[in-house]
Design a protein around this ligand. Structure first.
Ligand code: PMP
Length: 461
């Protein structure tokens, strides 16, 4: 049994106080500070399989999974061995290595549907932010156009162009979403409501010849999970291509997590998961759409700092040194990170994805049952094995405004009741829950046992 959270709080509180003296907010990425759920962040010291352990020795079933990478569970022995082996041969060379080509080949080979491989060339970078930043620079350089379309509530990392948000009443002029982003940069990004093809068509009718690209989360999971309507991504491809613009599909979060070929693979392979969660029109032989560029992160690095962009060879070959679009990185293709990513992808077979799907189904329906039992109106949002919940209404939100209309205040008490019972959920209602193939019956049992009290806490919030 996990030790009580009361005991753990003292130690974590001391850690947090100390961290705040040396690190802004005590954290190196804002969501870790528990701002939206309140309370004291847990300071983790180790992780194994489905569990994480804090500095007090309290163990939690982990449903954060490092925000996505840990599909095999934490510290999988084969991944750790591969990392140790690579480390013993040197930490970083700043020169090209055979393993980078192995990983590029594996990414190319895995992203396939109907025999079509949309990822023809791959470049390795270190973070998802770099992957999307490079993808949009590449789209701009390739098309010779400056405007970019993104969707409200979609997160693509924190580069200036992508930290833009819709201004109130001004559908076509975005504002900086962060201090420090120049208004002139944000104004080159047009932010549209998600799942609204009419809005996309209208902007393209007006400015289509100036638009370099649409960037879209393959299945959005950074405003909670909000799956695309059936055919939405395919329509984006059609609209973009009709105007000489590119479609950049951001699979940093979904890539190699929701299925072996990511969300694009699910949407285009007619797999049962796609049918179940997408309302998709059955098996398809030929992909319904082709992205021009795809970004990857998280799983592709197996828990190490590694991300990638890939896509059409003619577009990718516009990157330096072949073409005029500049991109570089001291640690790009780092040998330790490549070893972790390669080993993780090689181990992520059909059995792993079946386990992820089954665990996601079990947990999401158990949460829904518990919330329903406690009389909490809610919606279960699912996209493949990614899921999240919105509170206050049983109507499924289809865009950011609808997600924001929920009773978010119910999540903090729910989150803390789970944490007190030894289950670590994402510390924000606007995040997806991440399962791993290591979540066995015991770990799932702990989650299920904790749910009734947490649902009660949400009900009385
Ligand atoms: N794109 C998406 C869809 C993401 O979910 C994230 C990270 N959550 C990013 C880009 C940015 O990746 P990173 O945090 O590695 O910079």
């Amino acid at each position: 049994e996990p030790t009580t959270a009361v005991a753990s709080r003292a130690g974590n509180a001391e850690q947090f106080a100390r961290a705040q003296r040396s690190i802004p907010g005590g954290v190196n990425s804002p969501v870790r500070a528990f701002r939206s759920v309140g309370g004291t962040p847990r300071f983790l010291v180790s992780a194994q399989g489905p569990y994480v352990t804090d500095s007090e020795g309290t163990e939690y079933v982990d449903l954060v999974s490092s925000w996505g990478p840990a599909i095999l569970g934490h510290a999988h022995p084969e991944v750790v061995a591969a990392v140790q082996d690579a480390a013993s041969r040197g930490l970083s060379f700043g020169a090209t290595t055979p393993a980078e080509t192995d990983l590029a080949e594996l990414v190319r080979a895995r992203v396939v549907a109907g025999g079509v491989h949309p990822v023809e060339k791959v470049r390795l970078v270190s973070t998802g932010t770099e992957a999307t930043m490079t993808a949009i620079r590449l789209a701009r350089g390739f098309t010779g156009r400056d405007l970019l379309i993104k969707f409200a509530g979609h997160y693509h990392g924190h580069s200036d162009s992508l930290l833009a948000e819709a201004g109130s009443g001004l559908a076509t002029l975005a504002l900086p979403a962060s201090a420090g982003v120049p208004a002139a940069t944000a104004a080159l990004t047009i932010v549209l409501p998600y799942n609204d093809l009419g809005a996309v068509r209208k902007v393209f009718a007006e400015r289509g010849n100036d638009i370099a690209a649409i960037i879209v989360e393959a299945a959005p999971a950074n405003m909670g999970v909000v799956p695309p309507g059936a055919g939405f991504n395919a329509a984006l491809a059609d609209i973009a291509h009709a105007h000489g613009s590119l479609l950049v599909v951001d699979e940093v979060l979904t890539g190699f997590r929701v299925g072996p070929a990511g969300w694009w693979g699910l949407e285009n392979s007619g797999s049962p998961v796609a049918e179940l969660h997408l309302d998709a029109p059955g098996p398809v032989d030929v992909p319904a759409y082709l992205p021009d560029l795809v970004t990857f992160g998280k799983v592709v690095g197996g828990g190490m700092p590694l991300a990638a962009l890939g896509g059409r060879a003619d577009v990718m070959d516009t990157l330096a040194p072949l073409g005029p679009v500049y991109q570089a990185g001291t640690l790009s293709g780092n040998p330790i990170a490549v070893a972790a990513g390669l080993t993780t992808l090689r181990l992520a077979d059909a059995g792993v994805y079946a386990a992820l799907d089954a665990t996601a189904a079990t947990i999401s329906s158990a949460v829904s049952d518990a919330l329903g039992g406690a009389g909490v109106a809610h919606s279960v949002q699912r996209a493949g094995n990614l899921f999240s919940f919105t509170f206050g209404s049983s109507r499924a939100p289809r865009n950011y405004a609808e997600v924001q209309a929920q009773e978010a205040f119910r999540y903090g008490p729910f989150f803390h009741a789970m944490l007190d019972a030894g289950v670590s959920l994402p510390p924000s209602v606007y995040e997806a829950w991440f399962v791993s193939a290591a979540h066995d019956d015991e770990a799932i049992g702990r989650i299920l046992a904790a749910l009734p009290r947490a649902a009660e806490a949400a009900a009385t919030a």
